[in-house]
Design a binder for this molecule. Structure first.
Ligand code: KE4
Length: 429
């Protein structure tokens, strides 16, 4: 496939945008080559500036769970734009989206909207520190919670892709308050709380890790986090920016029946417009200004366009939608595993409703960061480009999850599996 216009645009972009992109993972550093510039998308398909069409499994990193240019979302944005894009004052649509979230998440009584997942997690951390009067936070290696200073420690996603153990610019005085443990390390989290529980404000976790590839929680891991945080009066924060409204209507906390103290959301709740949210019980959320003394704010927080878009999208995400998406995800994963077996390619796939990750490895399972780093990233890189040339757009990094949604129907899977068959045959040769 010719992608000369993307290449030219990338050269032009690099003159005025750092690295030619507005977010590092888009730069293809994880897979080599230059990024693809898109101009159009519909349903499960995206079209690049050279006129090439691809089946998309990036889903704008999660929001497009009903596919691109989903008409109810387009109509909602268009209608709202006619009334104004923003007021800087309260609107009814903000209440409506907050009510939808409260209705679905048992652990949530109040919601504060922000403009990104990063804002959501950094605000949740400040809230937890303010409530407990403690400074230490615990995260897990390979989990990514956005680029807030306290959380850029052994992070996943783009940080992992670029091999940046931590980022310069984060003061040591701050980084020292972040403790990062191996994901799924039940013993280590128990020992940490037994020895230093009284210092810890919060544990923040992706309940299903999606930023080192998709890694499920080990049996008892989330339950242990819930137990030790409750015992030592620290807050448990589920970062469901990726899993919220994706793996189930009420995210991973619904799948695993765990009630965190705070939840962060993003992606799907904005339907592709900039939105994040942090939420929890009244007793925690009412500590936020102007009700309480812990400050957080945002000029465009609760932006009516984004609220209208999120509401229109979430309105279509009912139980039947998730049952179908679960079935479709299983169908695609089974098909890919069959092809790998037929072509004798060692492949593991971790998956949940609407998301999956490919690990090229002979390891029996991939359940933590160390095992992720032992996977064949070069083979992923080659597979990515082979699939691209077959018209399938996967995540441009081995340390990301792939996403599918309501528009990925069986005929789309047939096209995908044919592409995978061709790619894996070439991979093997
Ligand atoms: P944003 O600030 O990018 O909206 O959200 C940060 C964030 C927080 N928590 C989780 C679990 C996340 O996955 C993310 C962002 N996800 C990445 C993709 N893995 C965003 C893509 C990018 O960085 O460009």
């Amino acid at each position: 496939m010719l992608r000369s216009q993307s290449k030219d645009l990338f050269a032009r972009a690099r003159k005025v945008i750092p690295g030619g992109v507005n977010s590092p993972v888009r730069a293809f550093k994880g897979v080599g080559g230059h990024p693809i510039f898109f101009k159009n998308a519909k349903g499960p398909y995206v079209e690049d500036v050279d006129g090439n069409s691809y089946i998309d499994y990036v889903s704008s990193w999660g929001p497009m769970i009903q596919g691109f240019t989903f008409q109810p979302v387009v109509d909602a944005i268009t209608a709202q734009a006619q009334k104004s894009t923003s007021f800087g004052a309260p609107t009814e649509v903000e209440i409506e989206l907050a009510e939808m979230i409260v209705e679905r998440f048992k652990s949530i009584e109040k919601v504060r909207m922000v403009n990104s997942g990063t804002e959501a997690t950094m605000s949740a951390i400040r809230l937890a520190r303010g409530i407990t009067g403690r400074d230490k936070i615990v995260k897990f290696d390979g989990c990514f919670h956005g680029h807030g200073d306290s959380l850029l420690v052994k992070a996943g996603s783009g940080v992992l892709t670029l091999g940046l153990p931590d980022s310069p610019g984060v003061p040591n005085d701050l980084a020292q308050h972040t403790i990062s443990l191996p994901f799924n390390s039940i013993d280590q989290i128990t020992q940490l709380f037994d020895s230093r529980g009284g210092e810890i404000a919060a544990v923040i976790v992706e309940p299903i890790a999606g930023n080192m590839g998709c890694i499920p929680p080990a049996e008892g891991f989330l339950e242990t986090l819930r137990k030790v945080t409750r015992k030592h009066k620290a807050l448990l924060i589920f970062d469901e920016v990726m899993t919220g409204f994706r793996v189930a209507s009420a995210g991973a906390q619904q799948l695993f029946s765990i009630e965190p103290d705070l939840t962060t959301l993003g992606k799907v709740i904005g339907a592709g417009l900039p939105v994040g949210a942090f939420a929890g019980k009244k007793k925690f959320m009412d500590r936020l200004a102007p009700e309480g003394d812990i400050y957080q704010s945002g000029t465009l927080s609760g932006n009516p366009l984004a609220m209208a878009a999120g509401k229109a999208l979430i309105n279509t995400l009912d139980d039947e939608f998730y049952a179908t998406l679960t079935r479709h995800t299983d169908e695609l994963v089974l098909g890919l595993m069959k092809i790998a077996a037929q072509t004798d390619i060692p492949l593991r796939i971790n998956h949940f409703c609407g998301m999956f990750s490919l690990f090229f490895t002979k390891q029996a399972e991939v359940t933590n960061f160390d095992q992720v780093t032992q996977c064949d990233v070069d083979r992923y890189r080659t597979f990515f480009h082979l699939m691209l040339d077959e018209g399938v757009y996967l995540a441009p990094s081995a340390f990301e999850s792939a996403f599918l949604g309501g528009q990925h129907t069986s005929d789309v899977f047939d096209q995908t599996l044919t592409a995978a068959e061709n790619a894996m045959r070439k991979l093997h040769s």
